[in-house]
Write a protein that binds this ligand. Structure first.
Ligand code: ZN
Length: 509
């Protein structure tokens, strides 16, 4: 009896130890990332609770792995707890999360700027975290003994593998939350850096700007459907500002093959077409042609940097992150108007020819985050982040409110360039499902995803300089184009002469 009792104890004590530290970790740290998750019913709450438990199981596997060897534990555990404290502090105080952008900002900023975010509360909490984790390490060394480490190792690795790879529904929430988000975010950061540093020499021939002053603004829209715009005939008044603009031409029949941000943006930026889709991933974008023609180029990102298009962001002379600490798991306001002060600033540059690429958050899911209260015209709106808990009416209402806000954002962008010789090209990356056959958002290939909103606005000065462009544009406005048109058209809009432009794909011809 005594021996079997001791054997059970030998197994139980380590497991109990790992279970307790897991629960405390999941309560203190993982929960910080659920604090603002909207839910509207018991069912939603259970979905969130299930996610939290799943992440806790994954965390159990990791802490288990760390605990088996006491030296490994003495190094990894205090580091993990202290860094998690640092991250949880910013999540609770300013709702900032660890993203590849925040890592980059932390690394580019000088020490003094970085020190400004450090407060005495943060120092106190981190010291407390070190003290507590050292006490836990002491407990592990003195009281917990992992006999048969190989067996423990197999079980721990098995749990990590199961939660990180085997169950796809688990992988995404897990990779975006602590502790795993620390690993995955740094991994993404280094992937993005590698892509940005790639050697791509696509455009070696000369490019010449034929105008001595010209501002081109390219707004990459997000999930905006062409058929939900009032200006295109939608029954709701979703674009009250755009309908008042005289110099606007809607492109009403644009087809995009790709229906995800990370596949569509590289396609739009490059010479990629249906015959050569790989050009989206191994060639330079039109930014280099603008650079070669003497334009000053800027990318203002109100969306995360993704490895499929990070190269193009870094082709620009200046790269600005707006709201770089937001992730799809934050639910507070994340607004496109935050772009405007940066754009206004960049427009002051002395270089007379400028290209500004604005990657907007537009109508991205958790719609309510992306418009302010005064644009909540259509009600009731979504109350739950669990899509299936909302009605189709609520989904469409919230979605249409994002369009009202985008309309306002575009109007404000136009106001910044109205008096210049300027042109604004807008193209959304794809559409959005809003309940067609029961589908929502843009997870599965659906017909409605392929028709993004697209238009061109030009200033009076632009129209005076390029009357033919405008005539042709108006003639082409109802024609069907694949999104391949963008590359050739934007070069044409900028009046750049280059052998890489295919006039047949330009909406200005
Ligand atoms: Zn998108």
């Amino acid at each position: 009896m005594k021996t079997s009792g001791t054997a059970i104890k030998k197994i139980l004590i380590p497991l109990l130890f790992v279970t307790i530290i897991t629960i405390v970790y999941a309560l203190v740290f993982t929960l910080s990332e659920f604090a603002d998750s909207p839910y509207s019913s018991l069912k939603d709450f259970l979905v969130l609770a299930f996610q939290w438990v799943s992440i806790a199981v994954g965390t159990f596997g990791l802490l288990y792995l760390f605990s088996i060897n006491k030296y490994v534990f003495a190094v990894t555990f205090p580091l993990l707890v202290t860094f998690s404290t640092f991250l949880a502090y910013f999540r609770y105080t300013v709702n900032a999360t660890l993203t590849p952008m925040t890592i980059e900002l932390a690394l580019i900023n000088d020490l003094r700027t970085n020190m400004q975010v450090v407060s005495w509360q943060l120092i106190f909490l981190m010291l407390l975290a070190i003290a507590i984790s050292v006490a836990v390490v002491w407990l592990r060394w003195k009281k917990v003994n992992f006999t048969r480490p190989l067996l423990h190792l197999i079980v721990a690795v098995g749990i990590i593998f199961m939660t990180n790879s085997l169950i796809p529904q688990l992988k995404r929430p897990l990779t975006q939350r602590m502790p795993y988000s620390i690993y995955y975010t740094f991994k993404t950061y280094f992937e993005i850096r590698d892509v940005a540093a790639e050697q791509r020499d696509t455009f070696t021939s000369e490019a010449v700007a034929d105008s001595d002053s010209l501002v081109v603004v390219f707004v990459i829209g997000e999930s905006l459907r062409s058929d939900h715009l009032q200006i295109n005939g939608y029954e709701r008044e979703t674009t009250p500002y755009l309908v008042k603009e005289d110099n606007i031409v809607m492109l009403t029949d644009i087809y995009t093959e790709a229906c995800f941000t990370h596949t569509s943006v590289p396609h739009i930026m490059t010479q990629a077409d249906s015959l050569n889709p790989q050009k989206a991933y191994n060639e330079q974008s039109f930014v280099t042609i603008f650079n070669n023609a003497g334009f000053r180029t800027t990318w203002i990102a109100n969306q995360e940097s993704v490895s499929t298009y990070a190269y193009f962001m870094n082709e620009c002379d200046t790269l600005i992150y707006v709201n770089g600490s937001k992730s799809v798991y934050t639910f507070d306001k994340w607004l496109d108007e935050d772009i405007l002060p940066y754009l206004e600033d960049e427009l002051q540059d002395s270089n007379p020819t400028q290209l500004h690429i604005v990657h907007s958050i537009g109508s991205h899911w958790w719609y309510n985050s992306h418009y302010t209260d005064e644009f909540e015209r259509y009600k009731p709106v979504v109350m739950s982040r669990v899509v299936s808990s909302n009605t189709q009416e609520e989904m469409i209402n919230s979605y249409d409110n994002t369009i009202l806000y985008t309309d306002y954002f575009i109007k404000n962008t136009i106001d910044l360039i109205r008096d210049k010789k300027a042109i604004l090209v807008y193209l959304s990356d794809h559409g959005e499902s809003l309940g067609e056959d029961g589908y929502f958002l843009h997870g599965t290939d659906r017909p409605e995803l392929h028709y993004p909103a697209a238009f061109v606005w030009y200033s009076d000065k632009y129209a005076q300089s390029f009357p033919d462009h405008i005539d042709n544009l108006k003639n082409n406005s109802g024609k069907r184009y694949r999104s391949d048109y963008l590359f050739h058209s934007i070069i044409d809009a900028a009046d750049i002469t280059t052998e890489y432009k295919n006039p047949q794909l330009s909406i200005f011809r």
